[in-house]
Design a protein around this ligand. Structure first.
Ligand code: NAD
Length: 386
């Protein structure tokens, strides 16, 4: 089986899908691995390291995209030369990466038409069996960590309590909203830096995890089911939204740093921090909105930008995992390897659609869109046009 690792062309992307160590494991399993020249440069993995691991460095675009299996981080997109990456794949090839299937159903349709077998890593089930393939989690952890570092760098205060000859410094107060994978890593990182941390999540089940990391859980009486299938949060009613906003307002006001990570899969991120709450914060406070590119948890945050409102810094930087490219790529590569080992038996892609990993994550196969939610979205588009 010929496997290609192509260079990411997404603006600002510094990660690579597979690192040399994982290439070595693929080569040992009998795969022929081609790596686009410079693919790992931005994440500090040299062509020489890939070659030493047994890969062939390739500069010919046609050859690269004609592999049996193409491994990527971001969805295929149009290149500078006007050709679309999805059109460069050979018919019947397999593609694995983040494909944003619910955000770009038209791309998924395009892949189906090209008879590509495509796996969207964001659709890997959140089960213990699939945990080591779960790139959404590995990358969310990186984002949670980096969010706290950005906040600490922007805050005009220390994070830890300090007792010095020049006086005693009180620790920073950090509020984390959304205690999923990113939020829990943000809590742990803020605690390691010595902050006093509180956290809120709409799923009451996370209370113990929050407490085990040394943070206080902000309790809100919700009186409504807030957990959907797969352990994800549900989109909640207007009444619950108002109750949570009222409850967290006081905590936002008292915090030096607020990190928001709340998302609902396939939907716009819930609006949790309002302009009024921001106006009540102390000048110099910092908010990092990890959901900025999904519409934002925080009123006024802008995706990809840092803005200042009434003395409060709102950081909406997108794609934080890409800012820790070495380890983000290393973790992503391990997720990819586990999935590839699961799918490829004796050098042949072997798909069992009765298995929930295959049925969830395979978005296109045999000329068809396989994922029901993408099919529904495509149906809606056709319906709207007709
Ligand atoms: P996510 O990125 O979709 O959301 C982040 C957090 O925001 C979640 O904890 C969610 O409950 C919270 N949230 C959503 N709406 C909110 C609101 N209105 N107010 C406050 N908080 C809100 O979620 P995620 O971090 O990818 O994971 C969610 C959950 O999935 C995990 O905590 C876990 O239960 C499960 N999970 C399981 C596995 C596994 O078993 N292998 C792996 C990863 C995640």
């Amino acid at each position: 089986m010929k496997v290609s690792i192509v260079k990411e062309i997404e603006i600002g992307e510094r990660r690579v899908a597979v690192v040399p160590e994982i290439v070595g494991r693929m080569v040992k399993q009998g795969m022929e691995v081609w790596v686009e020249a410079g693919a790992g440069e931005q994440s500090f993995f040299s062509d020489a390291a890939y070659e030493a691991a047994g890969a062939k460095i390739v500069t010919d675009t046609e050859q690269l995209w004609h592999a049996d299996l193409v491994l990527k981080v971001n969805p295929p997109q149009e290149r500078e030369d006007g050709r679309h990456e999805a059109d460069l794949l050979k018919e019947g090839a397999t593609l694995i990466g983040f494909l944003n299937p619910l955000g770009s159903p038209a791309l998924i349709q395009q892949l189906a038409e090209r008879k590509i077998t495509a796996f969207g890593l964001e659709l890997i089930p959140r089960t213990s069996r699939a945990q080591s393939m779960d790139a959404l989690s590995s990358q969310a952890g990186v984002a949670g960590y980096k969010a706290v570092l950005l906040a600490a760098a922007a805050l005009p205060k220390f994070f830890p309590m300090l007792t010095t000859a020049a006086g005693t410094i009180a620790p920073a107060k950090v509020l984390v909203i959304g205690a999923g994978v990113a939020g829990l890593q943000a809590i742990a990182t803020a605690r390691r830096l010595g902050a006093v941390v509180e956290a809120f999540d709409i799923r009451p089940a996370v209370k113990e995890e929050v407490q085990s990391l040394g943070a206080k859980f902000v309790e809100v009486k919700l009186e409504e089911e807030t957990v959907a299938a797969g352990g994800y949060a549900k989109e909640v009613s207007e009444a619950v939204k108002q109750r949570t906003q009222a409850a967290i307002a006081e905590h936002v006001k008292m915090s030096d740093v607020v990190i928001t990570t709340a998302q609902v899969p396939g939907r716009q991120a819930p609006r949790l921090v309002t302009a009024d709450m921001i106006a009540n914060m102390k000048p110099g406070s910092v908010i990092v909105d990890l959901a900025a590119d999904q519409g934002g948890n925080c009123e006024g945050s802008e995706a990809g930008k840092t803005v200042v409102k009434g003395g409060v810094t709102l950081i909406g930087e997108a794609n934080l995992p890409s800012t820790v490219p070495f380890h983000a790529s290393q973790m992503y590569a391990k997720n990819i390897l586990t999935l590839v080992q699961f799918l490829v038996k004796d050098g042949v892609l072997t798909l069992n659609f009765d298995d929930d990993i295959v049925s969830s994550a395979c978005v296109t196969h045999g000329g068809e869109v396989k994922n029901q939610r993408v099919k529904d979205l495509l149906g809606e588009t056709v319906g709207a046009k007709g």
